[in-house]
Design a protein around this ligand. Structure first.
Ligand code: PA5
Length: 434
């Protein structure tokens, strides 16, 4: 049943050289834990199966208002409060211009570049805007600073109407952002307390921005629901997410410490980044973890391709492939054929791209690289929803197999703490009399 939607395949079975069914009982044990624990933020496991009509309705209503009254939505957030929305937007909206059902969505607070924020503000001069600030803790430095800037900007431009143009997505009970929302009467969406940052894309964190960008969020959630149903099996043999998690775990144990996720559609570049955060933050702790790196083919075959094929044998590759991509272009016939490409006359670019994927997989497998293929039917909201749920389940399983906590990020908290301290110290130094 699950193979209908996503097929996980390892190309070099003989190189893997081990029967992954040895992990079956461990996988079943972790499955039970994941599905029953009340002590860890696993709300995302069952969320797609719950009735979400009301929240989807509220998101769609606010999205319609934004699309009516604004030219641009500025989304302020970082990490799990940014990457998922941007990933889905880039994957499912046109390369050039906006989606016919959406408006422009831009991002702030995902870096500390003065040039970026200055140029972003200048670019908004003649446009009507709304701001959606997203932060679970409500105090992360990058988005907090950007929100300060945009709140002031909105107040100066719109006066009292600014309140209407600010939407806050945060923890329902605590945090500075929650306090500010209550005090100023900003409209809010809740981030469920049992869902952590990088597992939150299918909550209002991701849903509001992408609904405004024109993506069909109901389809996205239906795909995630299908994954939650199919990947509910505790049996390793029946569960593609567990199969992927176990194969990568076995490769890790065999000494491959780097996984490169690659695909052949440039719009998936940010999706790779979402995946990188999900696995990197969930697994990379206690001196353990597979380093997640990403590539966009065929572009990167002409840069990192050489290393993958013949460089240090430290990595395995996961090729993500959608069999159908909407929109295509055919190679034109040319009378003079000086480039000798008439043999490709009338073949579609997508068809050539799929062949390039096949060639890459064969070359890399022949070069001794372990290649895992994840194949889905179509690049659309449904299958992206499915894939998101698939990766979140695989990631939790993979981290538990490694005996690390998939849901904390002590290293990120350490960075957050140090930047706060350093800024305070440098302020004191700057204030010291000469
Ligand atoms: O996955 C996580 O928890 C983190 O990456 C957070 O999403 C990120 O640090 C942003 O945190 P917050 O939403 O609290 O601003």
């Amino acid at each position: 049943m699950s193979k209908q939607y996503l097929h996980t395949k390892i190309l070099n079975e003989e190189l893997l050289n081990v029967d992954i069914s040895k992990y079956s009982s461990k996988v079943a044990e972790i499955h039970q834990h994941l599905h029953t624990t009340k002590d860890e933020p696993t709300g995302w496991v069952h969320a797609p199966l719950e009735d979400n009509t009301q929240i989807v309705q509220s998101i769609l209503e606010v999205a319609s208002e934004i699309k009516l009254k604004a030219d641009v939505l500025v989304v302020v957030g970082i990490g799990g409060s940014y990457l998922g929305a941007k990933a889905i937007q880039d994957a499912l909206t046109p390369y050039f211009g906006s989606h016919e059902n959406g408006i422009e969505v831009v991002y702030a607070g995902q870096n500390l570049s003065g040039a970026y924020i200055n140029q972003l503000i200048k670019s908004l001069a003649n446009k009507e805007i709304y701001v959606n600030v997203i932060s679970k803790s409500g105090s992360t430095m990058e988005p907090a600073l950007a929100f300060r800037v945009f709140r002031q900007y909105l107040e100066e431009r719109y006066g009292d109407e600014a309140v209407q143009r600010i939407i806050v997505t945060t923890d329902p009970e605590k945090g500075l952002l929650n306090d500010m929302a209550e005090k100023h009467n900003y409209r809010t969406f809740n981030i469920p307390q049992n869902i952590g940052g990088r597992y939150s894309v299918l909550t209002p964190v991701g849903l509001l921005p992408i609904a405004v960008a024109g993506v069909d969020i109901e389809e996205l959630l239906t795909g995630a629901k299908q994954a939650a149903i199919e990947l509910n099996e505790e049996s390793l043999e029946m569960n593609e997410a567990y199969r992927y998690a176990t194969i990568r775990h076995e490769l890790y144990n065999q000494g491959y410490k780097v996984e490169m996720l690659a695909s052949f559609e440039p719009g998936l570049a940010k999706f790779h980044e979402w995946w990188k955060q999900l696995f990197g933050e969930s697994e990379g702790k206690d001196k353990k973890g597979i380093l997640p790196v990403t590539s966009n083919f065929s572009t990167d075959l002409h840069s990192i391709g050489q290393f993958i094929q013949e460089g240090s044998p430290m990595l395995f590759e996961t090729l993500l492939h959608f069999r159908e991509v909407t929109d295509d272009y055919n190679v034109p016939y040319h009378l003079r054929d000086e480039d000798q490409l008439n043999y490709l006359d009338n073949r579609s670019f997508n068809e050539i791209n799929a062949i390039s994927k096949q060639g890459t997989a064969i070359a890399h497998a022949e070069g001794g690289i372990q290649v895992i293929q994840l194949e889905l039917k179509k690049l659309n909201a449904y299958h992206i929803g499915y894939l998101i749920q698939f990766f979140m389940i695989s990631c939790a399983m993979s981290a538990y197999l490694m005996k690390v906590n998939p849901f904390d990020q002590p290293g990120v908290e350490a960075y957050k703490c140090h930047i706060g301290q350093l800024l305070n110290e440098s302020k004191k130094l700057a204030l010291r009399p000469m």
